[in-house]
Write a protein that binds this ligand. Sequence first.
Ligand code: ATP
Ligand code: MG
Length: 264
Amino acid sequence: MAPVEAHGLLFSLVLSSAAWFMHEHSTMSIHPVSQKMEPFIRLANISRTYAMGATRVAALRQVSLTIDEGEFVAIVGRSGSGKSTLLHLLAALDQPTEGQLQVGTWTLGTLHPRQQARFRREMVGMIFQQFNLIPSMTALENVALPLVLAGTASDIRKTQAIDSLTRVGLRERMDHRPTELSGGEQQRVAIARALVSDPPLLLADEPTGNLDSTTGSQIIRLLDSIHRNQGRTVIVVTHHPEEVAAFADRILELHDGTFVDSSR
Ligand SMILES: Nc1ncnc2c1ncn2[C@@H]1O[C@H](COP(=O)(O)OP(=O)(O)OP(=O)(O)O)[C@@H](O)[C@H]1O
Ligand SMILES: [Mg+2]
């Protein structure tokens, strides 16, 4: 058994023993014991330093943070403050130089490349400023791509990709290629692709950065509805706190690699 799976198993065993204990001893107290849920995401003293020849760039410095399952968190901060670095660590696209990083039952930072790929496939949907769609593929083919990589059968792929495009309101555009779609539509295709394998965590790096403000606010509303209706944990990086203010449970500000006011 891989160390991470063993850790996951141990974690579930501890949880189920705790649940059993509380069940057996529930008559000891008239009031039910309030069970504190583990946070979904936990960063403990995370640093990420890039070595650039003789100099070192500290992109993140001793960052600690917890995020609960189902939270909508916005991260703001000036250019170069470490926002993308943080999202890349959460997506297991990069590893911290120091500190511990837990997402669900996964301990990141110590994973082998194959485990990282599995983590990304099962846990994370990622949305980028540049949409990152493949120009030669239709919307349907772009959305189905993660399922191709996961080895899903083609008929199931098609059903799930259509379902995902329907969720972002683009079923009728499924045969369009990216150049035959507006910017907002391209980003909705990218969101459908991020959702297609039903990951619990959605990470968006400046998803509105290439869109006008009206289209951008439609995208934020779409992310908010995915968060509310489908119970996803959503983390959005933006340069515009005002566009997420009405939706985010929390807005965290990064400054020079640390959170300005990290209350948790
Ligand atoms: N691969 C890399 N090698 C060296 N330095 C890097 C690398 N990636 C990022 N950096 C540096 O780390 C710091 C944080 O970069 P990051 O991309 O996280 O910033 P950001 O907050 O996302 O900025 P922006 O708003 O411009 O996207 C910057 O100073 C950047 O120059
Ligand atoms: Mg960035």
